[in-house]
Design a protein around this ligand. Structure first.
Ligand code: AMP
Ligand code: GLY
Length: 420
Protein backbone atom coordinates (compact mmCIF):
# COMPACT_ATOMS: atom_id res chain seq x y z
CA UNK A 1 0.00 0.00 0.00
CA UNK A 2 1.12 3.57 -0.65
CA UNK A 3 1.21 5.92 2.32
CA UNK A 4 1.50 9.67 2.87
CA UNK A 5 2.82 11.34 6.02
CA UNK A 6 2.01 14.99 6.72
CA UNK A 7 4.77 16.85 8.56
CA UNK A 8 8.50 17.45 8.62
CA UNK A 9 9.81 16.57 12.07
CA UNK A 10 11.56 13.62 13.66
CA UNK A 11 8.14 12.34 14.71
CA UNK A 12 7.07 12.04 11.09
CA UNK A 13 10.47 10.60 10.17
CA UNK A 14 10.02 7.91 12.85
CA UNK A 15 6.55 7.02 11.57
CA UNK A 16 8.02 6.86 8.05
CA UNK A 17 10.83 4.62 9.23
CA UNK A 18 8.31 2.24 10.83
CA UNK A 19 6.17 2.18 7.67
CA UNK A 20 9.22 1.67 5.50
CA UNK A 21 10.18 -1.41 7.56
CA UNK A 22 6.73 -2.86 6.86
CA UNK A 23 6.64 -5.25 3.93
CA UNK A 24 3.12 -4.05 3.13
CA UNK A 25 4.30 -0.51 2.48
CA UNK A 26 5.01 0.27 -1.16
CA UNK A 27 5.50 3.96 -1.96
CA UNK A 28 5.94 6.44 0.85
CA UNK A 29 5.40 10.20 0.49
CA UNK A 30 6.10 13.05 2.89
CA UNK A 31 4.42 16.46 2.71
CA UNK A 32 6.58 18.41 3.07
CA UNK A 33 9.20 16.14 4.71
CA UNK A 34 12.73 17.36 5.41
CA UNK A 35 16.24 17.18 3.98
CA UNK A 36 16.63 13.56 5.11
CA UNK A 37 13.18 12.06 4.61
CA UNK A 38 14.08 11.25 1.02
CA UNK A 39 16.11 8.40 2.49
CA UNK A 40 12.70 6.85 3.19
CA UNK A 41 10.32 8.22 0.58
CA UNK A 42 9.49 11.08 -1.74
CA UNK A 43 8.97 14.65 -0.52
CA UNK A 44 6.12 16.55 -2.06
CA UNK A 45 5.71 20.31 -1.85
CA UNK A 46 1.94 20.56 -1.55
CA UNK A 47 0.40 22.34 1.44
CA UNK A 48 -3.22 22.90 0.41
CA UNK A 49 -5.46 20.18 1.89
CA UNK A 50 -7.69 19.77 -1.18
CA UNK A 51 -4.63 19.48 -3.39
CA UNK A 52 -3.05 16.95 -1.00
CA UNK A 53 -6.20 14.83 -1.02
CA UNK A 54 -6.26 14.97 -4.83
CA UNK A 55 -2.61 13.91 -4.84
CA UNK A 56 -3.52 10.96 -2.59
CA UNK A 57 -6.26 9.89 -5.00
CA UNK A 58 -4.00 10.28 -8.03
CA UNK A 59 -1.14 8.27 -6.51
CA UNK A 60 -3.36 5.60 -5.01
CA UNK A 61 -2.40 6.50 -1.43
CA UNK A 62 -4.43 4.21 0.81
CA UNK A 63 -3.30 5.64 4.15
CA UNK A 64 -2.46 9.20 5.21
CA UNK A 65 -1.02 9.88 8.66
CA UNK A 66 -1.11 13.43 10.00
CA UNK A 67 1.79 14.20 12.34
CA UNK A 68 1.17 17.60 13.90
CA UNK A 69 -1.63 19.60 15.51
CA UNK A 70 -1.76 22.56 13.10
CA UNK A 71 -3.22 20.74 10.07
CA UNK A 72 -5.51 18.75 12.37
CA UNK A 73 -6.88 21.93 13.96
CA UNK A 74 -7.39 23.32 10.45
CA UNK A 75 -9.48 20.32 9.43
CA UNK A 76 -7.25 18.28 7.12
CA UNK A 77 -8.92 15.05 8.24
CA UNK A 78 -12.38 16.34 7.28
CA UNK A 79 -11.10 17.23 3.80
CA UNK A 80 -9.62 13.75 3.29
CA UNK A 81 -12.71 11.96 4.65
CA UNK A 82 -14.99 13.97 2.38
CA UNK A 83 -13.09 12.33 -0.51
CA UNK A 84 -13.39 8.88 1.07
CA UNK A 85 -9.71 8.66 1.90
CA UNK A 86 -8.46 6.68 4.92
CA UNK A 87 -6.66 9.09 7.21
CA UNK A 88 -5.14 8.67 10.66
CA UNK A 89 -6.00 11.66 12.86
CA UNK A 90 -9.00 13.37 14.46
CA UNK A 91 -11.58 15.63 12.80
CA UNK A 92 -11.38 19.37 13.28
CA UNK A 93 -14.14 19.13 15.91
CA UNK A 94 -12.26 16.51 17.97
CA UNK A 95 -8.97 18.38 17.51
CA UNK A 96 -10.40 21.13 19.74
CA UNK A 97 -9.31 18.94 22.66
CA UNK A 98 -5.87 20.35 21.87
CA UNK A 99 -6.55 23.54 19.95
CA UNK A 100 -8.60 25.11 22.74
CA UNK A 101 -7.54 24.62 26.34
CA UNK A 102 -10.80 26.19 27.49
CA UNK A 103 -12.78 23.65 25.43
CA UNK A 104 -10.66 20.82 26.82
CA UNK A 105 -11.08 21.91 30.45
CA UNK A 106 -14.84 22.33 30.08
CA UNK A 107 -15.13 18.93 28.34
CA UNK A 108 -13.12 17.26 31.05
CA UNK A 109 -15.07 18.93 33.88
CA UNK A 110 -18.41 18.03 32.30
CA UNK A 111 -17.37 14.39 32.03
CA UNK A 112 -15.85 14.26 35.52
CA UNK A 113 -12.36 13.39 34.37
CA UNK A 114 -9.79 14.23 37.07
CA UNK A 115 -7.91 17.47 36.35
CA UNK A 116 -6.47 20.50 38.16
CA UNK A 117 -8.98 22.97 39.66
CA UNK A 118 -9.41 25.86 37.18
CA UNK A 119 -11.40 28.67 35.67
CA UNK A 120 -11.52 29.67 32.03
CA UNK A 121 -12.40 33.23 31.23
CA UNK A 122 -11.72 36.33 29.17
CA UNK A 123 -12.38 38.65 32.11
CA UNK A 124 -9.36 39.95 34.01
CA UNK A 125 -11.46 40.65 37.15
CA UNK A 126 -12.48 37.02 37.27
CA UNK A 127 -8.82 36.08 36.89
CA UNK A 128 -7.97 38.31 39.87
CA UNK A 129 -10.63 36.76 42.07
CA UNK A 130 -9.55 33.20 41.29
CA UNK A 131 -5.85 33.95 41.72
CA UNK A 132 -6.65 35.22 45.22
CA UNK A 133 -8.11 31.80 46.07
CA UNK A 134 -4.95 29.94 45.01
CA UNK A 135 -1.51 29.76 46.53
CA UNK A 136 1.51 29.99 44.21
CA UNK A 137 2.79 28.56 41.99
CA UNK A 138 -0.20 29.38 39.79
CA UNK A 139 -0.59 28.03 36.26
CA UNK A 140 -1.71 30.43 33.52
CA UNK A 141 -2.53 29.05 30.06
CA UNK A 142 -3.44 30.78 26.82
CA UNK A 143 -6.49 29.11 25.26
CA UNK A 144 -5.18 28.53 21.72
CA UNK A 145 -2.26 26.80 20.03
CA UNK A 146 1.04 28.51 20.96
CA UNK A 147 3.60 25.90 19.84
CA UNK A 148 4.17 24.77 23.43
CA UNK A 149 4.83 28.27 24.78
CA UNK A 150 1.40 29.21 26.09
CA UNK A 151 1.77 27.86 29.64
CA UNK A 152 3.27 30.01 32.39
CA UNK A 153 4.01 28.62 35.85
CA UNK A 154 3.87 31.85 37.88
CA UNK A 155 5.72 31.96 41.19
CA UNK A 156 3.53 34.72 42.67
CA UNK A 157 0.01 36.07 42.35
CA UNK A 158 1.48 39.24 40.81
CA UNK A 159 3.36 37.28 38.12
CA UNK A 160 0.22 35.21 37.39
CA UNK A 161 -1.86 38.34 36.94
CA UNK A 162 0.74 39.91 34.65
CA UNK A 163 0.90 36.75 32.55
CA UNK A 164 -2.89 36.59 32.23
CA UNK A 165 -3.11 40.27 31.44
CA UNK A 166 -0.45 39.95 28.69
CA UNK A 167 -2.41 37.08 27.17
CA UNK A 168 -5.82 38.77 27.33
CA UNK A 169 -4.52 41.99 25.81
CA UNK A 170 -3.22 40.03 22.81
CA UNK A 171 0.36 41.17 23.48
CA UNK A 172 1.70 37.72 24.35
CA UNK A 173 0.08 35.33 21.88
CA UNK A 174 -2.31 37.32 19.70
CA UNK A 175 -5.74 35.72 19.35
CA UNK A 176 -4.59 32.52 21.06
CA UNK A 177 -4.77 34.49 24.33
CA UNK A 178 -8.33 35.80 23.92
CA UNK A 179 -9.36 33.42 26.68
CA UNK A 180 -7.17 32.08 29.47
CA UNK A 181 -7.23 29.10 31.77
CA UNK A 182 -6.00 29.70 35.34
CA UNK A 183 -5.37 26.56 37.33
CA UNK A 184 -3.92 25.16 40.51
CA UNK A 185 -0.38 23.82 40.31
CA UNK A 186 -0.16 20.05 40.66
CA UNK A 187 3.06 18.83 42.17
CA UNK A 188 3.96 15.34 41.02
CA UNK A 189 5.60 13.52 38.13
CA UNK A 190 4.47 13.66 34.51
CA UNK A 191 3.74 10.89 32.06
CA UNK A 192 2.83 10.98 28.39
CA UNK A 193 0.21 8.33 27.71
CA UNK A 194 -0.96 7.63 24.15
CA UNK A 195 -4.15 5.85 23.13
CA UNK A 196 -4.81 4.95 19.53
CA UNK A 197 -8.52 4.97 18.77
CA UNK A 198 -10.92 4.41 15.90
CA UNK A 199 -13.61 6.35 17.71
CA UNK A 200 -14.93 3.32 19.63
CA UNK A 201 -12.09 0.99 20.55
CA UNK A 202 -8.74 2.09 21.82
CA UNK A 203 -5.28 0.67 22.52
CA UNK A 204 -3.04 2.26 25.16
CA UNK A 205 0.64 2.29 24.18
CA UNK A 206 3.61 1.97 26.55
CA UNK A 207 3.89 5.07 28.77
CA UNK A 208 6.63 7.61 28.03
CA UNK A 209 8.33 10.44 29.84
CA UNK A 210 9.33 13.59 28.00
CA UNK A 211 11.88 16.25 29.06
CA UNK A 212 10.38 19.63 28.21
CA UNK A 213 13.07 21.94 29.57
CA UNK A 214 16.02 22.87 27.38
CA UNK A 215 18.84 22.19 29.82
CA UNK A 216 20.20 19.28 31.84
CA UNK A 217 18.72 19.25 35.35
CA UNK A 218 15.29 20.43 34.08
CA UNK A 219 16.51 24.01 33.79
CA UNK A 220 15.98 26.67 31.14
CA UNK A 221 12.93 27.39 29.00
CA UNK A 222 10.27 24.93 27.89
CA UNK A 223 10.82 23.39 24.47
CA UNK A 224 8.91 20.95 22.28
CA UNK A 225 10.78 18.16 24.10
CA UNK A 226 14.50 17.44 24.46
CA UNK A 227 14.29 13.70 24.97
CA UNK A 228 11.93 10.87 25.82
CA UNK A 229 12.04 7.29 26.87
CA UNK A 230 9.67 4.34 27.07
CA UNK A 231 8.36 2.36 28.74
CA UNK A 232 8.52 4.50 31.88
CA UNK A 233 8.96 2.27 34.96
CA UNK A 234 7.06 4.87 37.02
CA UNK A 235 3.96 3.83 35.09
CA UNK A 236 3.05 0.73 37.10
CA UNK A 237 0.26 -1.57 35.92
CA UNK A 238 -1.96 -0.23 38.68
CA UNK A 239 -1.39 3.37 37.62
CA UNK A 240 -1.91 2.56 33.92
CA UNK A 241 -5.21 0.89 34.80
CA UNK A 242 -6.35 4.07 36.60
CA UNK A 243 -5.32 6.20 33.62
CA UNK A 244 -7.19 3.91 31.27
CA UNK A 245 -10.43 3.73 33.27
CA UNK A 246 -10.54 7.28 34.66
CA UNK A 247 -9.10 9.29 31.77
CA UNK A 248 -8.74 7.48 28.43
CA UNK A 249 -12.00 5.53 28.32
CA UNK A 250 -14.26 8.34 29.57
CA UNK A 251 -12.66 10.72 27.05
CA UNK A 252 -13.11 8.40 24.07
CA UNK A 253 -16.69 7.58 25.14
CA UNK A 254 -17.62 11.21 25.80
CA UNK A 255 -16.14 12.42 22.51
CA UNK A 256 -18.29 9.88 20.67
CA UNK A 257 -21.37 10.78 22.73
CA UNK A 258 -20.84 14.44 21.82
CA UNK A 259 -20.80 13.62 18.11
CA UNK A 260 -17.08 14.07 17.59
CA UNK A 261 -15.68 10.52 17.78
CA UNK A 262 -11.97 10.61 18.51
CA UNK A 263 -9.94 8.90 15.81
CA UNK A 264 -6.15 8.87 15.64
CA UNK A 265 -3.94 9.13 18.69
CA UNK A 266 -5.01 10.82 21.90
CA UNK A 267 -2.03 12.10 23.86
CA UNK A 268 -2.87 12.43 27.54
CA UNK A 269 -0.46 14.67 29.44
CA UNK A 270 -0.78 13.19 32.92
CA UNK A 271 0.41 14.50 36.28
CA UNK A 272 0.60 11.83 38.97
CA UNK A 273 0.12 13.20 42.48
CA UNK A 274 0.23 10.77 45.41
CA UNK A 275 -0.35 7.84 43.06
CA UNK A 276 -3.44 9.41 41.45
CA UNK A 277 -3.47 10.53 37.80
CA UNK A 278 -4.79 13.93 36.66
CA UNK A 279 -5.19 15.00 33.03
CA UNK A 280 -3.11 18.16 32.54
CA UNK A 281 -3.74 18.44 28.84
CA UNK A 282 -4.78 16.54 25.76
CA UNK A 283 -3.00 16.62 22.47
CA UNK A 284 -4.54 15.06 19.42
CA UNK A 285 -1.38 13.66 17.87
CA UNK A 286 1.78 11.86 18.91
CA UNK A 287 4.30 13.65 21.12
CA UNK A 288 7.62 14.53 19.61
CA UNK A 289 10.04 12.93 20.72
CA UNK A 290 7.79 10.38 22.47
CA UNK A 291 6.66 9.01 19.10
CA UNK A 292 10.25 8.26 18.11
CA UNK A 293 10.66 6.02 21.19
CA UNK A 294 7.34 4.27 20.59
CA UNK A 295 8.05 3.61 16.93
CA UNK A 296 11.46 2.18 17.92
CA UNK A 297 9.65 -0.30 20.18
CA UNK A 298 6.87 -1.24 17.74
CA UNK A 299 7.60 -4.84 16.81
CA UNK A 300 4.66 -5.50 14.50
CA UNK A 301 3.33 -4.03 11.28
CA UNK A 302 2.91 -0.23 11.47
CA UNK A 303 0.39 -0.38 8.61
CA UNK A 304 -1.71 -2.91 10.51
CA UNK A 305 -1.95 -0.48 13.43
CA UNK A 306 -2.44 2.84 11.63
CA UNK A 307 -4.59 1.58 8.77
CA UNK A 308 -7.01 -0.39 10.96
CA UNK A 309 -7.36 2.64 13.23
CA UNK A 310 -8.01 4.87 10.22
CA UNK A 311 -10.74 2.63 8.76
CA UNK A 312 -12.57 2.02 12.04
CA UNK A 313 -11.35 -1.55 12.54
CA UNK A 314 -8.91 -1.12 15.38
CA UNK A 315 -10.14 -4.36 16.96
CA UNK A 316 -8.40 -6.15 14.07
CA UNK A 317 -5.03 -4.54 14.78
CA UNK A 318 -2.61 -6.63 16.79
CA UNK A 319 0.26 -4.34 17.74
CA UNK A 320 3.20 -5.84 19.62
CA UNK A 321 5.87 -3.88 21.43
CA UNK A 322 9.37 -5.13 22.05
CA UNK A 323 10.55 -5.99 25.58
CA UNK A 324 13.40 -3.56 25.03
CA UNK A 325 13.62 0.00 26.32
CA UNK A 326 14.07 3.04 24.09
CA UNK A 327 15.77 6.31 25.04
CA UNK A 328 15.78 9.21 22.55
CA UNK A 329 17.89 12.33 22.95
CA UNK A 330 17.06 15.39 20.85
CA UNK A 331 19.94 17.42 19.45
CA UNK A 332 18.99 21.03 18.80
CA UNK A 333 20.67 23.79 16.89
CA UNK A 334 22.68 26.52 18.59
CA UNK A 335 19.97 29.12 19.18
CA UNK A 336 17.03 26.81 19.89
CA UNK A 337 14.40 27.64 21.14
CA UNK A 338 15.01 31.40 20.91
CA UNK A 339 15.79 32.08 17.27
CA UNK A 340 16.99 30.49 14.08
CA UNK A 341 20.57 29.31 13.61
CA UNK A 342 22.88 29.46 10.60
CA UNK A 343 22.90 26.22 8.60
CA UNK A 344 25.73 23.95 9.75
CA UNK A 345 27.07 20.83 8.02
CA UNK A 346 26.41 17.62 9.96
CA UNK A 347 29.09 14.93 10.17
CA UNK A 348 28.09 11.40 11.10
CA UNK A 349 30.79 8.75 11.54
CA UNK A 350 30.59 5.72 9.25
CA UNK A 351 28.75 2.85 10.89
CA UNK A 352 27.33 5.12 13.62
CA UNK A 353 23.91 3.52 13.38
CA UNK A 354 23.41 -0.09 14.42
CA UNK A 355 20.65 -2.44 15.47
CA UNK A 356 20.54 -0.62 18.83
CA UNK A 357 21.03 2.95 17.71
CA UNK A 358 19.44 5.02 14.97
CA UNK A 359 18.84 8.62 13.95
CA UNK A 360 15.53 10.35 13.28
CA UNK A 361 15.94 13.59 11.36
CA UNK A 362 13.99 16.84 11.83
CA UNK A 363 15.48 20.31 11.20
CA UNK A 364 17.76 19.36 8.32
CA UNK A 365 18.08 20.49 4.73
CA UNK A 366 20.23 19.36 1.84
CA UNK A 367 23.16 21.57 0.82
CA UNK A 368 24.20 22.33 -2.76
CA UNK A 369 26.32 19.16 -2.94
CA UNK A 370 23.76 16.91 -1.30
CA UNK A 371 25.39 17.25 2.14
CA UNK A 372 23.14 17.32 5.18
CA UNK A 373 22.83 20.67 6.97
CA UNK A 374 21.46 21.37 10.44
CA UNK A 375 18.97 24.10 9.60
CA UNK A 376 17.46 25.02 12.96
CA UNK A 377 15.13 23.94 15.74
CA UNK A 378 15.45 20.38 16.89
CA UNK A 379 17.77 18.89 14.29
CA UNK A 380 17.64 15.19 15.00
CA UNK A 381 16.93 12.59 17.65
CA UNK A 382 19.50 9.96 18.59
CA UNK A 383 17.61 6.81 19.60
CA UNK A 384 19.14 4.06 21.68
CA UNK A 385 17.64 0.64 22.40
CA UNK A 386 18.68 -1.76 25.13
CA UNK A 387 17.54 -4.46 27.51
CA UNK A 388 17.26 -1.87 30.25
CA UNK A 389 16.95 1.92 30.35
CA UNK A 390 20.60 2.39 31.21
CA UNK A 391 21.91 0.44 28.23
CA UNK A 392 19.38 2.17 25.95
CA UNK A 393 20.54 5.55 27.23
CA UNK A 394 24.21 4.55 26.80
CA UNK A 395 23.46 3.51 23.20
CA UNK A 396 21.86 6.91 22.51
CA UNK A 397 24.78 8.86 23.97
CA UNK A 398 27.34 6.63 22.19
CA UNK A 399 25.57 7.50 18.97
CA UNK A 400 25.68 11.22 19.80
CA UNK A 401 29.45 10.88 20.21
CA UNK A 402 29.55 10.02 16.50
CA UNK A 403 27.50 13.02 15.36
CA UNK A 404 28.73 16.58 15.17
CA UNK A 405 27.72 19.98 13.88
CA UNK A 406 28.53 23.50 14.87
CA UNK A 407 26.49 24.68 17.88
CA UNK A 408 24.82 21.33 18.60
CA UNK A 409 23.19 21.20 22.03
CA UNK A 410 21.54 18.38 23.94
CA UNK A 411 20.72 17.32 27.48
CA UNK A 412 23.00 14.80 29.19
CA UNK A 413 20.39 13.46 31.63
CA UNK A 414 17.60 12.00 29.52
CA UNK A 415 15.73 9.24 31.41
CA UNK A 416 17.17 10.33 34.77
CA UNK A 417 13.83 9.74 36.49
CA UNK A 418 14.05 6.05 35.59
CA UNK A 419 17.65 5.71 36.76
CA UNK A 420 17.56 7.40 40.16
P1 AMP B 1 0.35 21.79 28.95
O1 AMP B 1 0.67 22.35 27.61
O2 AMP B 1 -1.00 22.14 29.48
O3 AMP B 1 0.71 20.34 29.13
O4 AMP B 1 1.45 22.45 29.91
C1 AMP B 1 2.82 22.38 29.62
C2 AMP B 1 3.56 21.96 30.85
O5 AMP B 1 3.28 22.84 31.92
C3 AMP B 1 3.17 20.58 31.37
O6 AMP B 1 3.85 19.56 30.71
C4 AMP B 1 3.54 20.69 32.82
O7 AMP B 1 4.93 20.49 32.99
C5 AMP B 1 3.22 22.12 33.14
N1 AMP B 1 1.87 22.22 33.70
C6 AMP B 1 0.72 22.48 33.04
N2 AMP B 1 -0.33 22.51 33.87
C7 AMP B 1 0.15 22.26 35.10
C8 AMP B 1 -0.44 22.16 36.42
N3 AMP B 1 -1.74 22.34 36.60
N4 AMP B 1 0.37 21.88 37.45
C9 AMP B 1 1.69 21.71 37.26
N5 AMP B 1 2.32 21.80 36.07
C10 AMP B 1 1.56 22.07 35.01
N1 GLY C 1 6.82 16.25 23.51
C1 GLY C 1 5.63 16.92 23.83
C2 GLY C 1 4.84 17.32 22.67
O1 GLY C 1 5.02 16.83 21.58
O2 GLY C 1 3.95 18.13 22.83
Amino acid sequence: MNALIIGSGAREYAIGRALKADKNCERLYFAPGNGASEKLGVNIAIADFEALADFAIERDVKLTIVGGEEPLAQGIVDVFRAKNLAVFGPSKAAARLESSKAFMKNFIAKHKIPTAKYIETSDLNEVKRFIDELSPPIVVKADGLCAGKGVIIAQSAKEALEAASGMLSGDSFGNAGDRVVIEEFLDGFELSVFAISDGVNFIVLPACQDHKRLLTGDLGPNTGGMGAYAPAPLATNDLMEKIKTRIVKPTIDAARAEGMPFTGVLFCGIMVVGGEPYALEFNVRFGDPECEALMALLDSSAIDLFYNAAIGKLSEAKPRFSDKKAVGVAIASKNYPYKSSDPAPITIADGAESENAHILYAGVTKGANGELLASGGRVLVAMGLGDDIKSARDAAYDLIGKISFDGMQYRTDIAYQALR
